[in-house]
Design a protein around this ligand. Structure first.
Ligand code: ZN
Length: 424
């Protein structure tokens, strides 16, 4: 019997000395061929007075789900837990083991495996199937975690990034990130001013004054909140959004000009098919080597195509200059040049004028984009990841579950980061 006990323990990776395996059998359980290992759980001493003179008082039988390598063949442990009465103090007790929680039917090893699986991009249903537990159990394991995004609630990073992310029930949630190490500081269930102010006001004003920059998209609503909460911080408009707005305005004007020509004519094709070249930095255009362009049916350099296209309309040309000069100034962090471009009086088309007016209204924060290095690029990455988490689960109905899952997967990323830095 001892050899059988050792053999099963070796196979199941169990080391608890109070567990003695005596038998095993197979049976059909929920239409699955299940392996059952029978063991007696011994109570060595009284948990109250630690006396070892005990009177046996029968067994309590618990069937516990255990790890299995083959999901179609579940493994059950049939634990016969000893019930005893202490001869010294008269207290009744039942044997317990680290394998499984008191009055729980799922082994801790299975829960740990579920938890590990939850850190990867997988649906809860597939995790549940693999571990022979129900989806509710996976959810309970997720709920049992209550780690905050950040360990300390008494400090704030110097650089913050604000944005919003679409989550439960197509609602927008406010998200705030540490601009330096790209860790999530918080995700709030909505994006109302009241909630944001309430969250940040739990940090004393002395801590909030240490925040140096807050980067965000062109949302006047957040700008006001950031100014109110962080009096010493510079509000920086994200450079990506600035360039995106300019690109969009230029493209709209290009299409407008294009539609003045008949489809199929040379100017029409010049503006329609070579749109990518206009958005490329002028310095990077090929200026010497002509190549055969199928749409234009001619050998031309990239520079030639762009200049030909711009010659069609003076507003388009000015609009192009604004776009190119602004992005170049942004790259070189030349706030002075940016200011000059924003205040240009040339005819640049209706849309571009609108964009420039918006920039003018937010001039300080737009120019800050040229002064500070920070951007919201990290947030776009996190947003993409959150979208992926939602997509894998076919959407979440519960905000807390979504947050728990984001935390877990983020934690995983932090662990990976740590191990990488240790290895380097
Ligand atoms: Zn006792």
């Amino acid at each position: 019997m001892t050899s059988l006990n050792h053999c099963i323990k070796f196979q199941l990776n169990i080391t608890d000395p109070n567990l003695l395996f005596s038998n095993y059998y197979e049976k059909l359980c929920h239409h699955k061929q299940t392996k059952v290992y029978v063991a007696e759980l011994v109570q060595p001493a009284c948990p109250v007075c630690h006396s070892s003179t005990l009177k046996h008082n029968g067994h309590y039988v618990a069937k516990v789900r255990y790890l299995t390598s083959n999901a179609s063949q579940p493994v059950l442990l049939e634990l016969h837990k000893q019930r005893v009465i202490c001869c010294s103090c008269g207290k009744r007790s039942m044997a317990q083991t680290d394998l499984v929680g008191k009055s729980c039917r799922i082994s801790n090893a299975s829960k740990l495996k579920v938890l590990t699986a939850l850190t990867t991009d997988r649906s809860m249903t597939s995790i549940a199937q693999e571990n022979n537990v129900s989806t509710n159990t996976v959810q309970r394991v997720l709920d049992s975690l209550d780690t905050p995004f950040r360990a300390q609630a008494t400090t704030l990073p110097e650089h913050l990034a604000f944005d919003e992310v679409r989550g439960v029930g197509h609602k927008l949630h406010f998200i705030c990130l540490d601009g330096d190490n790209h860790r999530i500081i918080t995700i709030l269930s909505d994006r109302f001013k009241k909630s944001i102010v309430k969250y940040f006001e739990q940090f004393p004003i002395t801590i909030r004054k240490k925040v140096k920059t807050v980067s965000l998209d062109l949302n006047a609503y957040y700008q006001a909140i950031a100014g109110q909460l962080f009096p010493k911080a510079a509000v920086v408009i994200d450079r990506f959004h600035l360039v995106q707005m300019l690109n969009r305005s230029f493209n709209q004007l290009r299409v407008q000009v294009m539609k003045n020509f008949n489809p199929g004519t040379y100017p029409y094709r010049l503006l329609k098919y070579c749109w990518k070249l206009y958005l490329k930095p002028y310095s990077k255009l090929e200026k010497k080597q002509p190549y055969y362009n199928q749409h234009l049916k001619d050998y031309l350099t990239q520079e030639h195509i762009v200049l030909d296209g711009l010659d069609l309309n003076p507003a388009l040309k000015h609009s192009y200059q604004v776009l190119q000069n602004f992005t170049a100034a942004l790259r070189k962090q030349n706030a002075h040049a940016m200011k000059k471009i924003i205040n240009t009086t040339q005819t640049v088309g209706e849309k571009m004028r609108g964009t420039l007016t918006t920039f003018k209204h937010n001039q300080t924060s737009v120019l800050n984009a040229g002064k500070y290095q920070c951007s919201n690029g990290c947030l776009e990455g996190i947003n993409r990841k959150i979208k992926q988490i939602e997509r894998t689960a076919y959407g979440y109905g519960n905000f807390d579950h979504l947050i728990a899952r984001i935390k877990l997967e983020e934690k995983d990323a932090v662990y990976k980061e740590k191990s990488l830095s240790c290895a380097a």
